[in-house]
Write a protein that binds this ligand. Structure first.
Ligand SMILES: Cc1cc2nc3c(=O)[nH]c(=O)nc-3n(C[C@H](O)[C@H](O)[C@H](O)COP(=O)(O)OP(=O)(O)OC[C@H]3O[C@@H](n4cnc5c(N)ncnc54)[C@H](O)[C@@H]3O)c2cc1C
Length: 472
């Protein structure tokens, strides 16, 4: 712009988006001594307001090393160990150990902002990313806008932590070397939440933290001990989620309740881009579609990626060179060979499980084939590392139960075949991610094979009374 001088802000790292992903990586990098600017389009007090209560995996919170939560403080409702799962015939209750910290998002973010500021991070609210700045076809900065004013930022590394819109990744040129896909209706789970209050809290009602997995519906803990959060998530549309909830309500015979408030949103349900890095660029969080395949939770899933990334970025920034994709490549390798491979496998396995009909779902849950069940009151340990490692005796037991189900016509051969196919493909996909190329030169070949594998993943279909839902 002629005649108008734009001030340039400079930092080692510039992060777009002050949600749970952007704040966490800023904190890690600032602690390593780098200068960090974090820009956010919303006003400070409004970030995260779209969601009130949110669950963090307690073991992952500890791994992330953030200041511990304390139940009863403004940002933490409680820390829970046990959840209940109910079979679709409402007859069997299964206790599962689920280590969940129940957090209030806005107070948590506001507490975090204070910590970031005390660690020297510059937080800039009400400032929206607008345009990437390239020099020699490489990212060197960006323009953002605040109250109608344009501001130029220059940094050695730009991190896209802007959530589902992935504002930077999706505006990169197609040939920059990173996938620019946007999340379509089949790439997300549409989630509807109703904060409810039981009219007669003493009357029997679903216990806090009870899941009805056949409908992908749950009663989560709320800030009101006489209430709950009735949540449901389905891909395709909010209509699908609403119909699934209707289907459940027709059958559930719930005692009366009042709806206090409603929230809705969507969470990524697809594979992340094959590469998370490019010259001068990294994407994390929902912008990179990193979520636990079985729950759609994204917060602590991405913190694992942030921990890996911050160590690699530290080495890269110390070189004083331009931060190229080669400098950042180890992020891909370390992430995709571990959590990325597990998630890719689980995501594929889901396409086998989601095909089951209601009768089969009952059988699977009751026989402990989805959640491990155990003897007596002993609640099984959660699968902390998100992968199913079975001993030979467990495999034999599993097969025996499957054969029993087939013989007694509790399971159909067609759906069992689909499960076994999905499991076999999941194994291949996981293994492929475990050999993610160490050298970016071999990336093209690796992607070709990955594409071939992903195209074999079949769409699962669930038929409810009001709706047929496709899981892509
Ligand atoms: C209803 C619902 C319930 C959920 N429950 C859970 C749960 O219990 N546990 C869990 O782990 N996950 C849950 N999730 C998923 C979780 O919310 C996300 O995975 C997580 O918030 C992603 O964090 P993020 O920082 O990547 O993105 P976001 O939280 O979306 O943050 C991105 C930030 O970037 C900002 N931004 C966007 N565009 C720009 C721009 N142009 N310029 C500047 N800033 C910009 C946004 O304003 C936003 O503040 C839930 C999701 C939904 C919809």
């Amino acid at each position: 712009m002629e005649g108008i001088e734009i001030m340039v802000e400079k930092s080692d790292v510039l992060i777009v988006g002050a949600g749970t992903a952007g704040t966490y990586i800023s904190w890690l990098l600032a602690k390593k001594g780098f200068s960090v600017i974090l820009i956010e389009k919303d006003k400070r007090e409004e970030v995260g307001k779209r969601l009130d209560v949110i669950h963090f995996e307690t073991d992952r919170v500890q791994m992330a090393g953030i200041p511990p939560f304390k139940a009863g403080t403004p940002d933490c409702i409680e820390i829970r160990n046990v959840s209940t799962v109910i079979t679709p015939d409402f007859k069997t209750e299964i206790k599962v150990r689920a280590l969940q910290t129940i957090v209030r998002l806005t107070p948590f973010l506001n507490k975090t902002y204070k910590i970031l500021e005390s660690d020297g991070i510059k937080l800039v609210f009400s400032t929206e990313f607008k345009e990437i700045i390239f020099e020699d076809n490489k990212i060197v900065g960006l323009f953002a806008e605040s109250g109608g004013n344009r501001q130029e930022y220059r940094a050695r590394l730009i991190i896209d932590a802007s959530g589902k819109p992935a504002v930077i990744r999706t505006s990169l040129p197609e040939d920059y070397g990173i996938e620019t896909f946007e999340l379509g209706p089949n790439d997300v789970m549409y989630v509807l939440l109703e904060y409810i209050k039981w009219k007669y809290p003493d009357k029997p009602h679903p216990a806090t933290d009870t899941g009805y997995n056949w409908w992908l519906l749950w009663f989560g803990p709320s800030y009101d001990p006489e209430g709950a959060i009735l949540g449901v998530g389905q891909p395709g549309s909010f209509e699908n989620a609403r119909n699934a909830r209707e289907d459940f309500l027709k059958r559930a015979n719930l005692p009366p309740y009042e709806i206090i408030k409603k929230e809705q949103g969507s969470t990524p349900y697809r594979r992340p881009p094959y590469s998370l890095v490019m010259d001068g660029f990294l994407c994390i969080g929902d912008a990179a579609a990193v979520t636990y395949p079985f729950s759609g939770h994204g917060v602590t899933a991405t913190w694992v990626l942030c921990m890996i990334a911050s160590d690699v970025i530290e080495k890269a920034l110390k070189t004083k060179e331009y931060i190229s994709r080669e400098h950042l490549w180890e992020i891909n390798v370390n992430y995709f060979r571990d959590q990325g491979a597990k998630f890719a496998g689980l995501f594929t396995q889901l396409s086998g499980v989601l095909n089951f009909n209601e009768k089969e779902w009952n059988y699977f849950l009751k026989k402990g084939l989805i959640y491990k069940t155990s003897e007596g009151d002993d609640i099984p340990e959660p699968n902390k590392e998100y992968e199913e490692e079975m001993s030979l005796s467990e495999i034999l037991k599993f097969l025996f139960k499957i054969i029993g189900g087939l013989v007694r016509r509790k399971l159909s051969l067609k759906h069992m075949k689909r499960l076994l196919q999905a499991n076999a493909l999941a194994g291949k996909i996981k293994k492929h991610y475990e050999i993610y190329p160490e050298n970016p030169k071999n990336f093209g070949k690796w992607v070709e094979k990955a594409e071939l594998l992903w195209t074999q993943k079949k769409i699962a279909v669930k038929k409810l009374s009001l709706v047929k839902i496709e899981y892509h």
